[in-house]
Every structure is written in structure tokens, then in C-alpha cells.
Design a protein. Structure first.
Length: 381
């Protein structure tokens, strides 16, 4: 039996040979780029890439086929990216990114006209005032109304909740993203403290119906269960729930909402901080009509679909790994009218001005069936 040290020496030698051959391959790729420059040939040849990956998989035993195919895919991706750089050719998305970076404003605006869903006192209002120092807020009835207001230019920006650390993603907002055109220009992470608000003189023991938004109800499920016989009534947002309680003469109702709503609507806090998890945060996205990248943007979001075949999603994820870019969120939502097909949402950590990010845009453009870049932004807390 060979000694472990001898086996490791052999592996080290093979790895060095792989590195040497990789450099040879990249040198040939540079010559291919020169040929394509002279002939005006496109860099991406999907038929050839599929054939090479299939051939690499067939050259090894079946149990190693997927690894060989993945290795070949990474090699071809490195070659393609090197050719793009040598030719100075970038994807449409990369060109849009470059334009946005060139035209980037010096600072984020302090004042703006902002669309929010709900009424005064909603958490969207609190998030908006965290993002902008002096916002002028217009309230709309639904999340879709906010998207539409931004698209039509009725508002400079819109602020929408996208996920909660306890209850998860706001699926309604993610589904609306498929139908509307927008870019994320900033995000905000806001600590959410829910309180049981009641009319003056009402006690917790008197409450039989709790009004609130579905997300707040989910976040306070344990507290609601502790109230004997309590029922819930879903409202469009927490502020609207507080407003309803304030306008009602029913002594048996309460609302789950912010302490600001208690002051705004003349209610009392029957019990404070009733969320099940004290570490309860909601992320809000600030959207705009046009792609604008403000200083400090180090996060980016994407929507994409991939081919309905084995390994298609892995092929996309490998691009992040190859470029050393951290993927911090992956969400999937069913595409209406397309059975068992999904839209994927990605959030990544990467400065918008970095070369790696431009390389990622070029790489993803070839790997996806459909790709939408939703913008680069800074998250405030």
C-alpha cells in the first residue's frame, strides 16, 4: 500500500499539471479572441459549449460525469469571460451598469416624493423616514398601486416591505415584481415591535378580536394563542388596523401595530412587544423608475428564469462561486400560467463598481433563459 505522503505528492504534481494546462488553454482562448475580433464572430457559441460539456461527461465513468461536466463548464466560462475582456465586448446589462455608474449622483436625496401602501403610522412610513430625511409621502391602497405610481412618475420612489426575519418573504410583493418595471435604489432593515393597541379603558382580557396585517399576525401567533377564544381579522396593514379600532365602539377589539399608531390614533398599549421573536426585523426596498446607483451600493438583486432541465440552476450558482461573490438570498416563486416553472430572486453582496460584478452580469446573461437586473444599492439600518 502506498503511503499517504506519497499519494499527496502525486496529487500535488497532478494539480500543478492542471494549472499548467489551464494557462495553456487560456492562452489559446486569447488567440481565439483575436480571430473573433478579425472576423466579427460572436463570443458565445451555446451549441459548442453544450457539445463540449457533453463530451467531457462522456469521457469519464458515469459516477464522475457530472463533475467532469461542471469542470468543463467552468473552463468554458473562464475562456468566454477572458474573450469578452480582450474584445471589450460586454452584455447589454453591463453597458447599462457602466452608464449608471458614470451618471451616479454624488449623494442620496434627502427629500423626495415617495409612494407607500397604507395610512399614516404604517411601518412603511417609518421605513421611508429612515431612508429619506424629509420625504413627502403619498399613501396608496395596495402594493400594486405603489409600483404603478412609480412607473407612471406620480412618485419619485416607492417603499415596499419584502421580507421579515420571522415570517419570511412578502410573497405578494415578490409576485408583483414579475409584472412591473422598477429598480431598487436602497433598502432598509427596520426592527419591528408589535403592540396590542386598544381603546382607552379596554384591558387585554377584554379583547376577543385582533386586527392586523397577515405578516404581523404570523409574527405574533404565540401571543394571540395566549388570549382565550381570540379571533383574528386581516387588514391591509397594521396602521389601518389601528385606525379601525380607534373608529369602532366595540370594546372587544384590539390591533397589532406600532407604538406610533397608539399616539396617532389615540389608543392605549394594552401590552407592548408582543411579537414571538424579539429579534424581529423587516426589510424594505426603495424602488425607482430608472436605474440609478448611489454611492456605497454594495448589494444587488436579480430576477431570473433558467431552462427546465437538470443542473440548470446549479450552472447559474456556480458563476457566483467562480467569481467569489456571496449569495445572500435565494427565493423562488411560481410563474403564473407556466406549470412547475419558477422565477428565482437573488440578492448578492458585491460593490457595483467592481470588475467582478461586471463579470457576473456578463456571465449570467449567457446562463439564464431570462434575466432582470433589479439594481445595486446600499442597505441602511
Amino acid at each position: 500500500m502506498e503511503q499517504l505522503s506519497d499519494l499527496r505528492h502525486r496529487i500535488d504534481y497532478i494539480d500543478k499539471e492542471i494549472s499548467r494546462l489551464f494557462l495553456q488553454r487560456m492562452d489559446v482562448a486569447a488567440k481565439v479572441a483575436e480571430y473573433k475580433r478579425a472576423t466579427g464572430t460572436g463570443v458565445f457559441d451555446p451549441a459548442r459549449e453544450r457539445a463540449n460539456i457533453a463530451a467531457a461527461s462522456e469521457r469519464v465513468p458515469p459516477e464522475l460525469a457530472s463533475y467532469a461536466g461542471t469542470l468543463e463548464s467552468i473552463l468554458m466560462e473562464a475562456s468566454r469571460e477572458a474573450q469578452h475582456r480582450a474584445l471589450g465586448r460586454r452584455s447589454t446589462l453591463t453597458a447599462s451598469l457602466a452608464t449608471a455608474l458614470d451618471e451616479a449622483p454624488a449623494t442620496f436625496p434627502a427629500h423626495a416624493h415617495v409612494a407607500c401602501q397604507g395610512v399614516e403610522g404604517a411601518f412603511q412610513q417609518i421605513a421611508t423616514e429612515r431612508i429619506f430625511r424629509r420625504p413627502t409621502i403619498a399613501y396608496y391602497g395596495t402594493f400594486e398601486d405603489v409600483f404603478t405610481a412609480v412607473e407612471r412618475g406620480e412618485a419619485d420612489y416607492g417603499v415596499l416591505p419584502i421580507e421579515n426575519s420571522t415570517a419570511g418573504s412578502v410573497n405578494q410583493v415578490y409576485d408583483l415584481m414579475m409584472r412591473h418595471s422598477f429598480y431598487i435604489v436602497r433598502s432598509c432593515r427596520l426592527k419591528i415591535d408589535h403592540n396590542l393597541l386598544v381603546r382607552p379603558g379596554t384591558h387585554k382580557e377584554d379583547v376577543r378580536i385582533v386586527y392586523s396585517h397577515q405578516q404581523a399576525i404570523n409574527q405574533c401567533a404565540g401571543f394571540i394563542a395566549s388570549i382565550p377564544g381570540c379571533r383574528v381579522h386581516v387588514c391591509e396593514n397594521t396602521a389601518r388596523a389601528a385606525e379601525h379600532v380607534a373608529n369602532s365602539s366595540d370594546p372587544g377589539i384590539g390591533a397589532l401595530a406600532s407604538r406610533a399608531c397608539a399616539e396617532l390614533y389615540g389608543l392605549e398599549v394594552a401590552q407592548a412587544n408582543v411579537q414571538d421573536n424579539s429579534n424581529n426585523y423587516t426589510r424594505f426596498a426603495c424602488i425607482a423608475k430608472d436605474l440609478t446607483i448611489f454611492p456605497g451600493a454594495d448589494r444587488a438583486s436579480f430576477m431570473m428564469t433558467v431552462d427546465h432541465r437538470p443542473g440548470a440552476l446549479y450552472n447559474v450558482l456556480s458563476r457566483f462561486y467562480a467569481l467569489g461573490i456571496n449569495l445572500i438570498k435565494l427565493e423562488s416563486r411560481p410563474i403564473p400560467g407556466r406549470d412547475f416553472e419558477f422565477m428565482f430572486y437573488f440578492d448578492v453582496e458585491c460593490p457595483a463598481a467592481s470588475e467582478d460584478f461586471a463579470a457576473l452580469l456578463d456571465s449570467l446573461s449567457d446562463a439564464c433563459e431570462e434575466l432582470r437586473y433589479l439594481g445595486s444599492y446600499l442597505e441602511v439600518v
